[in-house]
Write a protein of this length. Structure first.
Length: 103
């Protein structure tokens, strides 16, 4: 399973109302580091157990990037119970992403 593409239209349902923690990858197609992180994000999405992984293209959903103060990409934000609880900017290894989710 690949990471679900989320937009302004389904962000509330898929992220804020999620029963499980959600890691949101704010990314852009022109961003080299985002492309480097993509295989890790897709791998995590396929392995997700007790959490889910979604992606927000900042060019298509600029208002979400603005709302969550995403200043550079890639930015990963973990949401639990509708609240942003953890954030990481830049490319990080898979184990550090898992630590974000479990923190």
């Amino acid at each position: 399973m690949s990471a679900l593409q989320v937009t302004v239209e389904n962000f509330e349902q898929e992220v804020l109302k999620s029963e499980v923690p959600v890691i949101v990858d704010f990314w852009a197609s022109w961003c080299g580091p985002c492309q480097a992180l993509l295989p890790v994000i897709e791998e995590l999405a396929g392995e997700a157990d007790g959490f889910k992984v979604v992606k927000v293209n900042i060019d298509d959903s600029a208002e979400l990037a603005k709302k969550y103060r995403v200043m550079s990409v890639p930015t990963l934000i973990v949401f639990k119970n509708g609240e942003a609880v953890k954030r990481s900017v830049g490319v990080i290894p898979k184990d550090e992403i898992i630590e974000l989710i479990n923190a």
